[in-house]
Design a protein around this ligand. Structure first.
Ligand SMILES: Cc1cc2nc3c(=O)[nH]c(=O)nc-3n(C[C@H](O)[C@H](O)[C@H](O)COP(=O)(O)OP(=O)(O)OC[C@H]3O[C@@H](n4cnc5c(N)ncnc54)[C@H](O)[C@@H]3O)c2cc1C
Length: 506
């Protein structure tokens, strides 16, 4: 980035490109910068990516969008967390819930941590995570996580949405903020003497020139990887999945506000509730099963064997680029990398990348003084997410296929993950271990505790001994009563969605 940067071209109009456009236009709205998004009319968007984490709400807040502006237009529903089903064969642990922790949980999480910690020391306590979280009760009771005024606690939730419709909405919003939109397919990238991007050649007559370029061209990574030659570092040795098959199914009139992730023979399937349909996808490894067999297994799982509904098939690669910001180019979205969709973290990464870029560019007075710091921070975030997701596979206890056996025996995991697992197995406090490694800013201790406890990485019932009175200081019935009492304050999921629809129509 050169001092005096004033014009930006964002290449690519998928969700990543439009998130970047909105963020840049919002933060630099008083700076008289010129921001143009260029999209090929011939190359489609990936068109999957229907689940989010809570930062999507914060992004919408930052760009000034209310839920009533976008949710019903994008067929969106609320998400209080993810249920993981059939990842573990340990008795009592065939499923667990990974919540987005909210303020009412502050009273119950100490009970979870206490039980989980002592169970690892061999005390006979119930350390299954789901029961300690309000989000789980809301999901099962099909309630929206929107707190009414008489319940003054902070809630924390994500969304499910139709990604194509979300892209259209964000495009309109960005154009209102002054972002220009152009259709053209970029066919060539011309560099200057110092290796910076000078201008883009297109399939039309015109060329496109800017001071700075955002590469949001998806897996093609036309600018950062192809033109600037930044290497891609694959993590396929620890994350085997490279393919997906996708089907819609009929919607539920009042869906549970949660994603379901069910482990199948060669990967896992998502079930995501939208107001117009369920989005379903099977993410699998083509090294272990061919595409036709995977589709058939998924059809059986969904009860669609006799249906003539057409599947959509996708290929993807997992890993990240070595550097995300190089010269006068920043990659966001799939062009910078992808760590499979198990925890729906991709859009979070997009937002974080753009927000951190703005912060560092401002701090450096629109120069690349803080570029190295930025690249290091984003790569660390990618690696932390990768390790959390790899852990799902590494601690699985299925043995029905080579896929699960290989994943469970994979010794190529990072040193960091190895140390987290060792700390857990040695009965140490996992919060301390995350702090020691400076990892608590990514997936917090609660998430790691849910993952390891939820998959039943505990001494078995035969190995534990009864605890004393102090060990049993948290009464699970009291916790259940408290959380069910909290849940009484929340509206039915479909009723809350209907309110938003009405507000949008008004
Ligand atoms: C199976 C699967 C499931 C996923 N699930 C989730 C999920 O639940 N949650 C989540 O957050 N994320 C998920 N993701 C990731 C998510 O789909 C992407 O992060 C998100 O859609 C952003 O994609 P993108 O904008 O980077 O790329 P794309 O959507 O591929 O957009 C690329 C854009 O670049 C343009 N383009 C490309 N080349 C050129 C060119 N030469 N000239 C001009 N324009 C060009 C195209 O026209 C298009 O507009 C999933 C991904 C996969 C593969």
């Amino acid at each position: 980035m050169r001092k005096g940067t004033k014009s930006f071209v964002i290449l690519g109009g998928g969700t990543a490109g439009w998130i970047a456009a909105n963020r840049l236009a919002t933060h630099w709205q008083d700076c008289d910068f010129d921001i143009t998004l260029v999209e090929s009319p011939d190359i489609g968007i990936i068109g999957v990516g229907e689940g989010s984490t809570p930062p999507l709400k914060r992004f919408m807040d930052v760009i000034g969008v209310e839920e009533s502006d976008w949710m019903s237009r994008c067929d969106a529903t609320y998400k209080t967390g993810i249920t993981f089903r059939n990842w573990s064969t340990k008795p009592g642990f065939d499923e667990y819930f990974h919540p987005f922790q909210c303020q009412p949980d502050d009273f119950t999480v100490p009970g979870f941590f206490h039980n989980s910690f002592l169970r690892r020391q061999g005390v006979d306590l119930d350390g299954h995570p789901s029961q300690f979280f309000l989000g789980w009760h809301l999901a099962l009771q099909r309630l929206a996580p929107v707190a009414p005024p008489n319940f003054p606690f902070n809630m924390n939730y994500g969304y499910h949405f139709n990604s194509g419709l979300l892209g259209e909405f964000l495009q309109e919003w960005a154009e209102r903020k002054g972002v220009k939109y152009k259709q053209a397919t970029v066919t060539g990238v011309v560099l200057d003497d110092e290796g910076f991007i000078d201008y883009l050649e297109t399939d039309a007559e015109e060329t496109i020139k800017a001071d700075f370029y955002v590469d949001s061209t998806g897996f093609r990574s036309q600018l950062l990887q192809q033109a600037l030659g930044v290497p891609f570092e694959s993590c396929e040795d620890v994350l085997f999945n490279d393919s997906a098959v996708v089907f819609p199914t009929d919607p539920d009139e009042n869906p549970e506000p949660q994603t379901i992730s069910t482990a199948l023979k060669y990967g896992w399937a998502w079930k995501i509730p939208l107001t117009s349909r369920f989005g379903n996808g099977y993410v699998y490894s083509s090294k272990y099963v061919d595409d036709d067999d995977a589709e058939m297994e998924f059809r059986q799982h969904l009860g669609l064997v006799d249906s003539d509904i057409e599947a959509r098939r996708l290929k993807f690669k997992v890993g990240r680029v070595r550097e995300h910001w190089v010269k006068n180019c920043l990659a966001v979205g799939l062009s910078q990398g992808f760590i499979e969709p198990l925890e729906a973290t991709a859009l979070d990464m997009v937002q974080e990348t753009v927000a951190r870029f703005i912060e560092e560019a401002n701090k450096g007075d629109m120069t690349d003084r803080y570029r190295d710091e930025f690249n290091e921070g984003i790569s660390k975030r990618f690696d932390a997410v990768r390790d959390y997701i790899v852990c799902h596979y590494r601690i699985n206890s299925r043995s029905d296929t080579d896929y699960w056996r290989d994943a469970g025996a994979n010794e190529k995991i990072s040193q960091s993950l190895r140390e987290i697992l060792t700390a857990w197995l040695q009965g140490k406090n996992i919060t301390d271990e995350l702090e020691r490694q400076n990892l608590d800013a990514y997936f917090p201790s609660m998430s790691w505790n849910c993952l390891l406890a939820g998959k039943g990485i505990y001494p078995t019932d035969e190995q534990v001994r009864p605890g004393n009175e102090l060990a049993h200081k948290y009464n699970l019935q009291d916790i259940e009563r408290y959380l069910k009492g909290c849940a009484l304050n929340f509206p039915a999921h479909n009723e809350q969605l209907a309110i938003l629809k009405k507000a949008e129509a008004a």
